[in-house]
Design a protein around this ligand. Structure first.
Ligand SMILES: Nc1nc2c(ncn2[C@@H]2O[C@H](COP(=O)(O)OP(=O)(O)OP(=O)(O)O)[C@@H](O)[C@H]2O)c(=O)[nH]1
Ligand SMILES: [Mg+2]
Length: 704
């Protein structure tokens, strides 16, 4: 079988690939070089899709930002993307970005990159943190050992970045002269294999080593290689390996590690950590003092009552208190608390409380009210009604299912303020590096559902946007883990938009009602997860996730990130709202809405016990769950739902499929078969759960 070439040259122009371990600052450097922002966050696996931009005189050089990799023998989907890119752009210059404080880990990757035979430059980024930790690197020495240019940088402060741009423009990249020496048994094997299949030559030594290490994925789709020869070679190698005490890959890794130790022993000095760092000094007291004064001034100026009315009391003082604690105790100590089984949970509770208050109470209450009544109900809709006359146009724009009165109003006045505040809070949390710490806390819980703690990351990201989280699940190593996480994301994780609207509805119902909904969703998450974990075929992997340091978030990055995400919402999500409104409007005009209502009524009314108006809400909820939730919000505002009905409707809507976009991404990521199974499963589960809940509430005579 022969397919398209893989090791071919991709394009004619000059290409620069930013490659490196996860979370080392590649995307910050990409933004500097190209002027294009891609999401930067403090956790490994932020970039899972490649981003492209241009740099250099006349913007002639293409720069590609790649997902972080720990090895060129890929363990997960995103690592494979990067490895394949390196081979696709065979003549590209590789700019390896290294985390200077973890120089060993970066050099392991350097030795592999060297084996591809590519020309490269090494950037020692995060020199600030390396210095703080007593890691001193002799860059000139390192450069002469590796045989390539080595540039020191602090990307977030733009230090050293012009040198990187200069090196790219001057084309000063070289093929490294450093070479790992493997035990004879492997070196001999390399010669043998290369002799049998000369086509492997273009993959460099790494290609042959991959084959010996049992990784054939690299050659998939290369039509210039004889598949039969490769298969025969692979099976001969694996036969031979069985006779050895430890596999070839073990010997390779050991040799690589020896090499790196040798390099660092000649170029890196490690001083003892400066302990004074974690003790509060005058600067920290000054910071804490100013926070105290600021809080007091704010409360004095606005008064607790007006703060409470705006939904910011006591959350704002709690936030200040938290920042105060952090600034006095120091980030390092807080770091230990976040991982502690008791303090860690308390810390998490404080964070959840704050997020709930800012998003569910402040944004969904105060801001929504302000925009909805102030802008839409008082100004925009009356104005549209005035100019559009009495007929069709008025109905289309400002009627019951009008593009302005429903489509724009839901998306801009209800969902937008909520998502923007959520993105702001979420972006801040992302930049602190708190999320990877959560994975340690939740590892046990996730083990129960058959995946390791690493899966916390996509699940937590799902609270931001399920569609993005499905992409982020690429950091998981096995297909089984991805399917489990994607199913759980589709079923039980509400996205920011929906969560916010749901939270505001929750504040309208009683605490037992909120707890009932949460209990149902969490139980389904655990039950479905454990069943999949137990019965789904496939392998799960071990929990290894690099914990980045906790950092104070940068205002500029949060502003950029929130802006980019808000733009994304306006461009990607609002059209869905408008399209869904137009569909409902057309159905209504043609009289088909009645028929659709009658068709869904057995479900909404019969099974779920909801009023007939909810039928439209569930139809739009099919496009986007948050749109459905916004519809429920409106129905509740008009007093059409009882407490029990809100609980049932919210439960169903929370378990509903996230949105059409997530379904499309799901098909792309795991194939149509699995996506369809998940789709029907999630829909059935949500309706069945709502039906049972309605039934039990009725039988038990409970009213919320
Ligand atoms: N202190 C310090 N922080 C940095 C530096 N460079 C980047 N960062 C921070 O490191 C984190 C990761 O940066 P990214 O650019 O997202 O890293 P990446 O290599 O693209 O990460 P992945 O896409 O996950 O592989 C962010 O929180 C940055 O603000 C630096 O030189 N010093
Ligand atoms: Mg990145």
């Amino acid at each position: 079988m022969k397919a398209t070439g893989n090791a071919k040259e991709g394009g004619d122009g000059k290409v620069v690939l930013l490659v490196g371990n996860p979370n080392v600052g590649k995307s910050v450097i990409f933004a500097y070089l190209t002027g294009r922002y891609t999401v930067v966050s403090n956790y490994p696996g932020t970039t899972v899709e490649i981003a492209r931009g241009h740099t250099g005189p006349g913007h002639q050089i293409e720069v590609i930002d790649t997902p972080g990799v720990n090895s060129l023998f890929p363990a997960s989907e995103d690592e494979k993307v990067t490895r394949d890119l390196i081979y696709k752009y065979r003549n590209a210059v590789i700019v390896q970005v290294a985390d200077a404080k973890n120089i060993d880990r970066s050099l392991l990757l350097t030795t592999q990159l060297a084996e591809t035979g590519c020309r490269m430059i090494l950037v020692l980024n995060m020199m600030d943190e390396a210095r703080q930790r007593g890691v001193e690197i002799d860059a000139a020495r390192l450069a002469s050992i590796l045989g390539i240019e080595v540039i020191e940088a602090v990307a977030v402060e733009k230090r050293g970045l012009s040198r990187i741009a200069g090196a790219i423009a001057a084309d000063s990249a070289r093929v490294p002269s450093v070479e790992v020496v493997y035990p004879d048994l492997i070196e001999k094997k390399v010669l043998d294999v290369a002799g049998i299949e000369p086509g492997l030559e273009r993959y460099g030594k790494l290609g042959v080593l991959s084959l010996i290490a049992g990784d054939r994925g690299l050659f998939d789709g290369d039509d210039s290689l004889e598949v039969k020869t490769i298969e025969a070679l692979a099976s001969a190698i694996s036969d031979e390996e069985k006779k050895l005490a430890s596999p070839f890959s073990y010997h390779m890794a050991a040799a690589r590690r020896r090499m790196v130790n040798d390099i660092t022993s000649r170029s890196v000095k490690r001083k003892a950590l400066i302990e004074a760092e974690s003790r509060p000094g005058p600067r920290r007291y000054a910071a804490a003092g100013s926070i105290l004064i600021l809080t007091a001034a704010l409360i004095a100026a606005l008064g607790t009552r007006s703060l409470a009315q705006a939904g910011l009391f006591p959350s704002l003082p709690v936030l200040f208190a938290l920042v105060l604690c952090i600034s006095i105790a120091g980030v390092r100590r807080i770091d230990r608390w976040t991982l502690h089984p008791v303090y860690g949970v308390l810390f998490l509770a404080a964070i959840v409380y704050l997020v709930y208050n800012f998003v569910g109470v402040f944004a969904a209450g105060t801001l929504v009210d302000f925009i909805q009544t102030g802008l839409f109900d008082r100004l925009l809709i009356p104005a549209v009604e005035k100019v559009s006359g009495d007929g069709f146009v008025r109905d289309l724009l400002a009627g019951d299912y009008g593009l302005v009165s429903m489509g724009l109003s839901y998306s801009i006045s209800i969902v937008l303020p909520i998502v923007v505040v959520f993105f702001l809070v979420f972006g801040m949390l992302e930049d602190t590096g708190y999320f990877p710490r959560l994975t340690v806390l939740t590892n046990k819980l996730f083990r129960m559902v058959g995946v390791n703690g690493k899966a916390t990351l996509p699940v937590v990201l799902g609270f931001g946007c399920v569609t993005m989280a499905i992409l982020a699940s690429r950091i998981l190593e096995t297909k089984k883990e991805r399917i489990i996480v994607i199913t759980l994301l589709s079923l039980a994780i509400p996205c920011s938009a929906q969560l916010g609207v749901t939270m505001s509805l929750m504040s309208a119902i009683s605490i037992p009602a909120v707890l009932t909904i949460m209990l149902i969703i969490v139980s389904e998450f655990l039950i479905v997860g454990s069943l999949l974990g137990r019965y789904l075929k496939g392998r799960t992997s071990d929990f290894i996730l690099e914990l980045p340091p906790l950092r104070v978030p940068r205002v500029s990055n949060i502003a950029l990130k929130t802006g980019a995400r808000a733009r994304w919402f306006l461009v990607e999500a609002v059209p869905y709202f408008l399209a869904a409104t137009l569909l409902i409007f057309t159905l209504d005009r043609t009289g088909a809405l009645g028929a659709v209502h009658r068709a869904v009524e057995p479900v909404t009314n019969g099974i779920l016990g909801l009023p007939v108006e909810t039928a439209s809400v569930f139809i739009v909820g099919f496009f986007r769950r948050d749109y459905g939730a916004a519809g429920l919000y409106r129905l509740w505002q008009s007093g059409l739902l009882t407490g029990n009905q809100i609980v049932v409707a919210l439960t169903v809507m929370s378990l509903f499929l996230p949105c059409l976009a997530s379904l499309i991404v799901m098909v792309k990521e795991i194939g149509i078969r699995y996506a369809m199974i998940i789709f029907f499963f999630v829909m059935a589960m949500s309706i069945a759960t709502g039906g049972l809940l309605n039934l039990f509430l009725g039988i038990l005579g409970l009213a919320f």
